[in-house]
Write a protein that binds this ligand. Structure first.
Ligand SMILES: Cc1cc2nc3c(=O)[nH]c(=O)nc-3n(C[C@H](O)[C@H](O)[C@H](O)COP(=O)(O)OP(=O)(O)OC[C@H]3O[C@@H](n4cnc5c(N)ncnc54)[C@H](O)[C@@H]3O)c2cc1C
Length: 401
């Protein structure tokens, strides 16, 4: 058993964490796992599961209680992410909703915005998404072209977003737009857009390699009137807000990776202990033992780093560089672990009925979304060479004067 070799994790040691873990596991086993096939066929989960998660207090866990959240710290969100990942549950985009969209509103929303949107988000009656990526740009977010023209009491929005998690089911999306295009004030702003606004259209969910129950789709905006009171944060501050908040988003992807790796290793230990070849369990071969020993070591090293990062989120001290290191390294580790584990399942590893096959297909995207792992390295390197890059910039500016 993996637990025999992993150190106990202090961040999840409290009685409250233990109780929540039991509740989450019951929720997954009694209400989620059996529905996975049907959700995959539909290309999306049911609305009911969102409301069940809300009723159990599993949505927006660290949101203040005054808005309907559970008012706990981020380690409880982290626990939920890991537990879902251990069982390879990738359909419900709970984390995107609770850990990414909700904090944008809590931190930058006006009182009226918080009162309107946060309570239904906590109950699961309102499903949300975040629209940054466009067909022509993902890594280079400053190049977005979705345009919001100031019309006095509203913005008139035209453009398109793509690859949007929860896109098809969402009732509201926080959308990155360009404001004041062609003027000195041109910049990125964030708008809260409700899916019932006229001209807000959704594409059909994409057919993906994995995460088949996750409703990733395109969003289209055709002369959508967005009231001025739906501006999130200050006009032109969208890029800065996104760069600040992306650290937390990247950590959630990393947490999913360590949960997924733990689940994959557990399942592989169980499988190789019972499957036999050459009159002995597959686990009897030194190759199996070495591979799983390597995987368990990699997992434990990443858990230690991620536990530290999780604590830093609650005290608002997680840096962009550390979040990038966590996302890049944990997702690469997860990819390697799942690949090695699948190999140990032999042919059955390639069959969809076996969770390891789903895990393999689902986790590939983690090296791409929330910023590709190449972009993570760009961000880390930017920190390493900060002074040099600053100097080069100043010299360039002086030259062009
Ligand atoms: C399933 C799924 C869900 C997603 N969910 C969301 C969502 O909810 N909201 C949202 O806004 N977006 C979402 N995305 C989009 C995702 O964040 C982008 O796909 C990602 O940021 C990469 O952007 P891109 O696809 O435009 O790739 P590109 O930017 O075109 O990159 C292509 C390749 O070039 C490399 N590259 C680019 N720039 C550099 C550089 N400077 N140095 C080195 N290499 C570079 C990249 O690493 C990559 O390998 C999702 C994507 C998927 C697949």
């Amino acid at each position: 058993m993996l637990q025999n070799v992993l150190l106990a994790r202090e961040i999840y040691a409290s009685e409250e964490h233990q109780m929540m873990q039991t509740m989450i596991r019951d929720f997954i086993h009694n209400e989620i796992i059996d529905q996975t096939d049907a959700w995959e066929k539909n290309g999306m989960v049911s609305r009911d599961i969102w409301e069940r998660a809300g009723a159990l207090g599993l949505l927006c866990i660290d949101m203040p209680e005054q808005y309907g959240g559970s008012g706990l710290d981020f380690s409880f969100n982290a626990l939920f992410i890991e537990e879902l990942a251990k069982e390879g549950i990738s359909g419900p985009g709970f984390s995107l909703h609770s850990d990414i969209v909700a904090p944008y509103l809590v931190k930058y929303g006006t009182k009226a915005q918080k009162q309107k949107y946060l309570p239904p988000m906590a109950t699961g009656k309102m499903i949300t998404s975040i629209g940054m990526t466009e067909p022509s740009c993902g890594s280079d977010l400053q190049s977005i072209t979705t345009n919001a023209v100031d019309k006095g009491d509203h913005y008139l929005v035209n453009g398109q977003k793509t690859f949007i998690t929860n896109g098809y089911m969402c009732d509201m999306s926080v959308v990155a737009v360009k404001t004041n295009v062609g003027t000195a004030k041109e910049g990125v702003s964030l708008l809260i857009m409700e899916s019932t606004f006229e001209g807000f259209e959704k594409g059909v969910p994409f057919k993906k390699i994995g995460m088949k129950a996750q409703d990733t789709c395109e969003l289209f905006f055709d002369n959508v009137k967005v009231p001025k009171e739906n501006l999130l944060g200050e006009e032109g501050s969208g890029f800065k807000i996104m760069m600040t908040e992306l650290a937390r988003e990247r950590l959630t992807v990393a947490l999913n990776a360590i949960g997924g790796a733990e689940g994959a290793i557990e399942k592989t230990i169980a499988y190789t202990s019972t499957r036999t070849a050459f009159k002995q369990p597959i686990a009897g071969f030194q190759n199996t033992q070495f591979k799983l020993a390597e995987c368990a070591t990699q997992l434990q090293v990443h858990q230690a780093f991620l536990d530290r990062c999780t604590l830093l989120v609650s005290s608002h001290q997680l840096t962009a560089e550390s979040a990038s290191m966590a996302k890049y390294s944990a997702t690469e580790m997860h990819n390697n672990v799942v690949d090695e584990c699948l190999q140990l399942f032999g042919g059955y590893g390639y069959i969809w009925d076996y969770p390891i096959a789903r895990m393999y297909a689902d986790n590939r995207v983690a090296r791409i979304y929330a910023g590709t792992n190449e972009i993570m390295k760009v961000l880390i390197a930017r920190g390493l060479f900060k002074e040099l890059f600053q100097e080069m910039k100043t010299k360039k500016r002086e030259k062009t004067k």
